[in-house]
Design a binder for this molecule. Structure first.
Ligand SMILES: NC(=O)c1ccc[n+]([C@@H]2O[C@H](COP(=O)([O-])OP(=O)(O)OC[C@H]3O[C@@H](n4cnc5c(N)ncnc54)[C@H](OP(=O)(O)O)[C@@H]3O)[C@@H](O)[C@H]2O)c1
Length: 281
C-alpha cells in the first residue's frame, strides 16, 4: 500500500491519479474524506497532522508513503516530522518527500527552514527515501484566474524575477517513478521545468493561450506583501519570503533530472497553461 499525504494538494492529487492509473494500491489521506473525490479503487483515509494520533490508522499496513508539509505559519508542529514518526512506528519501508529546491539550503526564510528540518527528519529516519526538490510550481499562476475573470489586467508580483517553473504533474510523475524504481532510492532529485521564464513571460503565454490581450501591473514590494497577508499569510513570513525572492537569482537553472527520470522532456509552461487556463476556464 502507498499512502499519499496532501492527497488533495497540487502535487499529491496528481500522485494519487497517476499511481491509480498504473493499478497500484493507493491510500489517499485528507482531513475531510467526505469533501474529496479520488479515482475509483483509491482507499481514502482521514488524517490530520495537527492531531498526530490520527496518523496511526493512515500509516497502518503502508509500505511506501508520499510526505508533504503544509503547517500554518508559526505552528511548532512540522507536518513531515510528525509523518516520519508515524511511518517509523508503522514500519514503512520507503518515503518520498516533497521538498523544495536545494532542500531549502539557499533560503533563509521560514519555509526553507521547514524543509531543511523536514529533510533531516527523513534522512535521519533510517527509512529508505527519495527527496524531490522542485523549484517554483506552474500552479502558482492559477492565482491569476480570479483577476482574469474580472478583466484583462493582471497584478503580478516580481514580474521580472526569472525561475524555471515546473508542472505539478511532472513532480508527481517523478514521485511515481521513485515509488516504482529502486534505483531512485536514497537520492536527492533537483527538479525544474524545461525553460527559464519570468512571470511577465508566463502571463504573455497565458494571453496567447486565451487569445486575449492582457495587461500586466507590477505591485510595489509593500503592495505584494499586503496581498500575501490578505491571502492568509502571516506578515513576518510574507516579508521574509519577499526578502528571499529579492536576494538573488537562485532557482533559475534548468535541471535535466525530470527528463532523465521520465525519459521525456519536462512539460513546457505553454502546454501546461493550455490545459489549466483554457480547458478548465
Ligand atoms: N508552490 C511552490 O511554488 C512550491 C515550490 C517548491 C516547493 N513547494 C512545497 O510544496 C508543498 C506543497 O505546497 P502547496 O502550497 O502547493 O500545497 P497544496 O498542494 O495546496 O497542499 C495543501 C495540502 O495540505 C494538506 N493539509 C493541510 N493541512 C493539513 C493537516 N493539518 N494535516 C494533513 N494534511 C494537511 C491539504 O489536505 P486536506 O485539506 O485535504 O486535508 C492539502 O492536500 C509545500 O511543502 C511547499 O513548501 C511549493
Amino acid at each position: 500500500m502507498i499512502l499519499i499525504t496532501g492527497a488533495t494538494g497540487h502535487v499529491g492529487a496528481k500522485v494519487v491519479t497517476q499511481l491509480a492509473a498504473r493499478g497500484l494500491p493507493v491510500r489517499a489521506m485528507t482531513r475531510r474524506p467526505e469533501a474529496a473525490t479520488f479515482p475509483a479503487g483509491v482507499e481514502v483515509v482521514a488524517g490530520d497532522c495537527d492531531e498526530p494520533a490520527s496518523l496511526a490508522k493512515a500509516f497502518e499496513g503502508v509500505e511506501q508513503a508520499f510526505l508533504m508539509t503544509s503547517q500554518p505559519t508559526g505552528s511548532p508542529n512540522l507536518h513531515t516530522v510528525v509523518q516520519v514518526a508515524a511511518a517509523q512506528r508503522a514500519g514503512v519501508k520507503h518515503l518520498v518527500k516533497l521538498s523544495v529546491a536545494a532542500g531549502g539550503e539557499e533560503g533563509h526564510e521560514l519555509v526553507a527552514a521547514w524543509h531543511r528540518r523536514d529533510e533531516a527528519a527523513v534522512t535521519d529516519s533510517g527509512i529508505d527515501h527519495t527527496l524531490l526538490r522542485p523549484g517554483r510550481f506552474m500552479s502558482n499562476t492559477l492565482g491569476w484566474k480570479h483577476m482574469l475573470g474580472r478583466g484583462d489586467t493582471v497584478h503580478v508580483a516580481f514580474a521580472h524575477r526569472a525561475s524555471t517553473p515546473i508542472a505539478p504533474e511532472d513532480i508527481a510523475a517523478v514521485a511515481v517513478e521513485a515509488f516504482t524504481n529502486p534505483a531512485l532510492r536514497n537520492r536527492k532529485l533537483e527538479l525544474s521545468g524545461p525553460e527559464v521564464l519570468t512571470p511577465e513571460q508566463e502571463l504573455a503565454i497565458v494571453g496567447e493561450v486565451l487569445g486575449r490581450r492582457l495587461t500586466l501591473v507590477e505591485p510595489t514590494t509593500a503592495q505584494a506583501i499586503d496581498g500575501m497577508v490578505r491571502g492568509g499569510m502571516a506578515r513576518d513570513l510574507a516579508e521574509k519570503m519577499i526578502e528571499h525572492v529579492l536576494a538573488g537569482d537562485y532557482g533559475a537553472d534548468v535541471s535535466p533530472v525530470v527528463e532523465q527520470v521520465l525519459g521525456r522532456p519536462a512539460t513546457t509552461f505553454r502546454r501546461w497553461a493550455a490545459t489549466h487556463f483554457k480547458e478548465e476556464s
